[in-house]
Write a protein that binds this ligand. Structure first.
Ligand code: FES
Length: 118
C-alpha cells in the first residue's frame, strides 16, 4: 500500500523478532555475544519513544548465530543481520517509513544463508 507520495504506508502492526541467545556459555558464536542485548534494549526504548506500530519480541536462536545479531520483521519481512545499538536511530527512521528494502540493504542476509529455515 502506498500514499499520495508513492511511498509505502507504515504497517498497522508488525512484529520485530530479535535473537538474544547466548550459545553454550559463550563458547560458540551467538547473537548475545555480538551485542544483541544492547540492541534489544535500544530498540525497545526507541520504538516506545516514537510510538511506532511494531511489537517487539526477544527470541532464542533463529539459526544464523554466526552472522548475528539476527533480527526478523514479521510477517514476511526481511532478516536484518548484524545491527548494533548505535544503528538504532537509523533503523527507527526506516521502520517509521516502512522502508524495509533500505533496512535489509544496510544489514543484509548473506546469500549463502538465505535457505536456512527459521
Ligand atoms: S544465537 Fe542468534 S540466531 Fe542463533
Amino acid at each position: 500500500m502506498t500514499d499520495s507520495t508513492n511511498r509505502p504506508s507504515p504497517p498497522a502492526v508488525r512484529a520485530i523478532h530479535l535473537c538474544i541467545n547466548w550459545r553454550a556459555g559463550n563458547t560458540l558464536p551467538s547473537c548475545g555475544e555480538k551485542g544483541s542485548k544492547e540492541l534489544a534494549d535500544a530498540l525497545e526504548v526507541g520504538l516506545k519513544a516514537r510510538d511506532l506500530p511494531y511489537t517487539f519480541r526477544r527470541m532464542h536462536c533463529m539459526g544464523k548465530c554466526h552472522i548475528g545479531p539476527t533480527m526478523k520483521i514479521s510477517h514476511g519481512g526481511p532478516f536484518i543481520m548484524g545491527a548494533q545499538d548505535f544503528d538504532v536511530p537509523q533503523i527507527l527512521d526506516w521502520l517509521a517509513a516502512a522502508d524495509f528494502d533500505a533496512l535489509a540493504a544496510a544489514f543484509p542476509l548473506p546469500a549463502q544463508d538465505m535457505n536456512i529455515e527459521t
